[in-house]
Design a protein around this ligand. Structure first.
Ligand code: 5GP
Length: 210
């Protein structure tokens, strides 16, 4: 049955330190919501095993990335762990206009850039929803990072230092989801997305508008 309302898409910006399970959470959510699309970012880092160009990222040379910066093609971009990452306007604007929700898995620097832009950009202001994924505790985050067993002590220390900085931004976000148990956090994300659709600013018109 039609609800008689047309919703404008939500721009779901998801951040959280590495080790919070943010990417797993995002990909599970994307698999469960057809109207939610992933914004494929550009990056200058090389692909990891299993990553596909044009699916996980657009893998670019530094020169090509800088060309896109010069052409003003990004909504935001930032240097993360020594590589550039950026969100293309073309991944976002048309979809939101059509009522499709768009998910951005980006770091706090990028999220804060979009938050700042939204202050003077009505289109962004109407669609932006900032979600922070947090670990149950800092000790648990450290345990998760150490359990990967792929990184050296030096890399782990650097990641923990970065994580501490990133985690301090949580209050800048509209929502906080704690990822203690994946299924529970996923349930929270679904509830959150459903609630977002009830916000009047995401509703373009109703069946009772005359
Ligand atoms: P990874 O290299 O592990 O895929 O991502 C490293 C970090 O970069 C993650 O925190 C991820 O959310 C962030 N990231 C991915 N794409 C973008 C983007 O387009 N812009 C910004 N600012 N950060 C991004």
């Amino acid at each position: 049955m039609s609800s008689g309302k047309l919703t404008k898409g939500a721009l779901l910006i998801v951040s959280g330190a590495s080790g919070t399970g943010k990417s797993t959470l995002c990909s599970k959510l994307l698999g469960m919501r057809k109207n939610l699309r992933f914004s494929i970012s550009c990056t200058t880092r090389g692909p990891r095993s299993g990553e596909i160009d044009g699916t996980h990222y657009y893998f670019l040379s530094v020169e090509d990335f800088k060309g896109k910066v010069a052409n003003n093609e990004f909504i935001e971009y930032a240097e993360v762990h020594g590589n550039f990452y950026g969100t293309l306007k073309s991944e976002v604007a048309d979809r939101l206009s059509c009522g499709t929700d768009v998910l951005l898995d980006i770091d706090v620097q990028g999220a804060m850039q979009i938050k700042e832009k939204a202050k003077t950009d009505d289109f962004l202001k109407a669609s932006i929803e900032l979600v922070f994924i947090g670990p149950p505790s800092f000790e648990e985050l450290e345990r998760r990072l150490r359990n990967r067993k792929t990184d050296s002590e030096e890399v782990i220390k650097k990641r923990l230092e970065n994580a501490r900085k990133e985690l301090s931004f949580w209050r800048e976000y509209d929502y906080l989801v704690i990822n203690d148990e994946l299924e529970k956090a996923l349930g929270d994300m679904i509830k959150l997305l459903d609630s977002i659709h009830m916000r009047s600013r995401h509703i373009e018109r109703t069946a009772f508008d005359v």
